[in-house]
Design a protein. Structure first.
Length: 94
């Protein structure tokens, strides 16, 4: 999957930082480091679906980032969290 750019809504960035302890830099590290992409849900707009990106930050944290893949190849960040054990196994098989 080719991501041309990452789109941030201020409230999402605040939530990621406050609730999940993610920095903007960590999210960008994961998305730019060849993560495992998975389609999570079909989007309401044609060609714009919800995806997850399973990856590892530079500090070694295993995380899942949720984003809408826009038609113009931009990733609109929705949320993120630490991987659960099942996701860690899946990511390990990548």
């Amino acid at each position: 999957m080719l991501l041309r750019d990452i789109v941030w809504l201020p409230q999402v960035l605040d939530k990621l930082n406050w609730e999940h302890g993610f920095s903007r830099q960590e999210v960008e590290e994961v998305l730019k480091s060849r993560p495992l992409f998975r389609k999570v849900q079909r989007g309401h707009s044609t060609g714009e679906h919800l995806y997850s990106a399973l990856g590892q930050t530079g500090a070694g944290r295993f995380v899942v980032i949720f984003f809408v893949y826009k038609r113009n190849r931009e990733a609109l960040i929705i949320s993120g969290r630490d991987m659960d054990p099942k996701e860690r196994r899946l990511y390990g098989r990548k």
